[in-house]
Design a protein around this ligand. Sequence first.
Ligand code: DAH
Length: 339
Amino acid sequence: MAMADPSWKAFLERIEHAESREELLRIEHELFGRKSGVMTLKMKELQAISPEERPKYAKELNTWKQKLSQALEEAAARLTIPADTVLASHDTLDVTLDLPERERGHLHPIQEFLRHVEEVFGRMGFDVATGPEVETEELNFTMLNIPESHPARDAQDTFWIKSAKKGKDRLVLRTHTSPVQIRYMRTHKPPFRAIFPGKVYRKDADATHSPMFHQFEGFMVGKDITLANMKAVMIAAITQLIPGEVEFRFRTGYFPFVEPGLELDVRWQGEDKTKEGDWLEIVGCGMVHPTVLRNGGLDPEEWQGFAFGFGADRMAMIRHQIPDIRSLFPGDVRFLRQF
Ligand code: DAH
């Protein structure tokens, strides 16, 4: 072995003649100290010895280790130190040991953003609900007043699921979170306000489109909910979701499930979140179409309200100044660590 064999016998004698608890602890540390204990180092050296020779050395060393540990215990008892406070016997818990720091993860920026959305709307009294990502054609399109001939149903945009289910039960990967509106209406009693965050799917892929992306839908239905309420809720929410000074622009827009329908654009002054002065469309909204209310089981003569659908990825990209949506999803930790 590399290091000359220490005199184990001398150690043994010192232990047997130790006169105080301090002395014993010192010897113990010399032998079994974690970094420079003589026995500790010897045990480490064993690993460098060829496997053929190792057993020979190991056996002797182990015998001494046991002898010395036992002598320490006996001496400790003799000096009335409770045996379990003896520091170094190898199976004793070393409370002074520094463990390597555990790496901590964190939520993906999109999930973190959606939690924030839930908080913001939660403070305004909105419930949170989710629906399935594999949805029926009926709920994804028909119940939302999207006609049979509408281009959104086109094979270009929608992922159809191959299955035996035919007709209205045909399955799709939901193209938006809007079908959760119907599910929610059918299972809750109005008045209600709720948001529906989740993944949606479309055949689309470039720097600003991913075939899987995230939306959060929402609606508020009551006896007298109007566009004025919608405007107030949209502005209050966006102000909290996008930091800095934001300008708003409501435009008319067409979505079959709302009437009237609007699109809401935002822009910033100064900051480089988007090119200064560019309007960016972030949400579609409007008053829930009477047919949609009826499909959800509500009487449109009695109930009315607004609905909205946000693209969550885009908003998270603005928040973190991420230029390409495709960097969000491969799970590359070099990218994710930045947030
Ligand atoms: N579902 C629409 C889309 O994916 C977004 C949307 C627009 C949702 C208007 C709504 C709404 O609830 O009222 O493009």
